[in-house]
Design a protein around this ligand. Structure first.
Ligand code: NAD
Length: 478
């Protein structure tokens, strides 16, 4: 594995970005007129192109951060192709004007919602799933009839090159343009009056995006991160819980926004959980995970050093390393690491970890966890492992999170019928399937008056005793 420091990408000039924006804006009205059939055809072309470039995508992810081709198949390619399949099969229905009831106070009128594209939209994506988190929102943006500017992360140059190739094969530059660059380019793009910004990344940069969007009153979708907890109660199937938690924690080397960031295990089950968690690591990655072709590396040196510092600090403050703990900077390798006896004031308990370090904490009464979790910002995901339906429901009611899974993990991301997104610190606005289509559309309400007369005629000045009677009647009964 080559060493890779924080990237210093080529930044686009303000003039270049201006030109791109104006070209996309000039084409936006025409793009918005595309029929369902035309949009579906474009999306199918995108799907075929992604499938055609599967080997290049696998190679790029391997070079960007040592990701195995099977993990790339499932987390990068399949997520995009299934999103397209779902969108293509349902788009005609989503685009249809939607009739809603008209209240009796508006008798004589008819009401409907029509879906219009936002216009020119900006998609800024992170590095951890560069293909998936760039192309999945693109599918929704195209389905909704927008023109699109894409700014992927500067830390995945190989993946970005494949994305650029795919986009150039499917779209003209006035339909979709990709802009390569880092913070400076992202920041300059945010100065432009886009009609919607779809940002996936950290809460810190999410705040910058929101502040900049405010200047143009641009609508935003923020897909952010946070500290997602998993709870394992005394009734849980411990083998299953350990399997799902370790799988989701080690997926993509733990660099996943919905990975469990801490596990709360009922104190009576700690030993069993640790035993099965170690078994799961062994089952997935063998005796030495560094030798496993299926175990992903850390994206860059800066992130590696950050994770190592977190691990060292926790150990110095008294945390016990129950499994793993090995690191190798030249390989940007951090072993799947389980920690117990976590001190309260270490970074592991305050920052989003975003790597394969798993703090395991214990609790006695379920009420105790609620007060602890209430002190954390709302997480993107929260996982509950319990065989008792009443306990599952209790935790779902007592906690807040963007999304949840019960007796499994990560699976909620892969169902396009479910809205995906956070709440407060983990973001707002939803994506995937119909929810993604809505995010990139304006739900325009239209009220029609098909005949000469409607109830509005009864409430116009000059007001008289009849209008007073009507007011009394409607206020009393409606
Ligand atoms: P990041 O916020 O550092 O960067 C995301 C994107 O924003 C990159 O393209 C980057 O170039 C750009 N950017 C950075 N600073 C900018 C600025 N000042 N102005 C404009 N653009 C700027 O995030 P990251 O390190 O790439 O990804 C990790 C974070 O993303 C984690 O917090 C993770 O939880 C979150 N994430 C969330 C989801 C989700 O679906 N909710 C998915 C993946 C990752």
């Amino acid at each position: 594995m080559n060493q890779k420091s924080v990237a210093s990408p080529h930044e686009a000039s303000t003039q270049q970005l201006h030109d791109i924006f104006h070209r996309l804006r000039a084409h936006a009205p025409e793009a918005g007129q595309a029929t369902a059939a035309q949009r579906r055809q474009t999306l199918l072309k995108l799907k075929n192109c992604v499938i055609h470039h599967r080997p290049q995508i696998q190679e790029a992810l391997l070079r960007d951060f040592g990701k195995s081709s099977r993990e790339t198949d499932f987390s990068e390619i399949l997520t995009v192709t299934t999103e397209i399949t779902k969108t293509v099969s349902e788009l005609r229905r989503w685009m249809r004007p939607y009739r809603v009831p008209t209240p009796v106070t508006l008798i004589g009128n008819r009401s409907e919602i029509i879906w219009q594209p936002k216009g020119v939209v900006l998609i800024i994506s992170p590095w951890n799933f560069p293909i998936n988190l760039t192309l999945t929102p693109l599918v929704s943006a195209i389905a909704a009839g927008n023109t699109v500017c894409i700014k992927p992360s500067e830390f995945t140059p190989h993946s970005n090159r494949v994305i650029e190739t795919i986009l150039k094969e499917v779209f003209t530059p006035d339909e979709v343009t990709i802009v390569q660059g880092g913070v400076e380019t992202g920041s300059s793009l945010l100065d432009l009056p886009f009609h919607h910004i779809f940002f996936t990344g950290s809460p810190r940069v999410g705040q910058i995006v929101m502040a900049k969007a405010a200047r143009h009153l641009t609508s935003i979708t923020l897909e952010l991160g946070g500290k997602s907890p998993a709870i394992v109660d005394e009734s849980a199937d411990i083998v299953l819980a350990a399997n799902r938690i370790i799988w989701s924690k080690c997926y993509n080397g733990g660099q996943i926004c919905i990975a469990p960031d801490m596990v709360w295990v009922h104190e009576s089950k700690l030993d069993a959980f640790l035993f099965h968690a170690k078994q799961a690591i062994h089952q997935f990655y063998g005796e030495n995970p560094q030798e496993s072709p299926d175990y992903t590396r850390i994206i860059h040196d800066h992130h590696f050093l950050r994770l190592k510092a977190m691990l060292d600090q926790a150990a110095e403050l008294g945390a016990r390393i129950e499994a793993g703990g090995q690191t190798d900077q030249a390989d940007r390798y951090i072993a799947p690491t389980l920690l117990t006896h976590i001190p309260k004031d270490c970074a592991l308990m305050h920052e989003e970890i975003f790597g394969p370090l798993l703090p395991i904490l214990t609790y006695r009464k379920k009420e105790d966890i609620i007060s602890v979790l209430a002190d954390f910002p709302t997480p993107l995901a929260l996982y509950i492992f319990s065989r008792k339906r009443s306990t599952q429901q209790w935790f779902l009611r007592q906690t807040r999170a963007g999304n949840s899974a019960v007796n499994t993990a990560l699976a909620q991301f892969f169902n396009s019928n479910l809205p995906f997104g956070g709440e407060q610190n983990s973001g707002f606005g939803k994506t995937h399937g119909y929810f993604g289509f809505q995010a990139f559309s304006n739900a325009r309400s239209v009220i029609h008056q098909p005949y000469r007369w409607s109830a509005v005629d009864l409430v116009q000045p000059p007001f008289n005793s009849l209008t007073r009677l009507l007011a009394n009647f409607f206020i009393r009964w409606f």
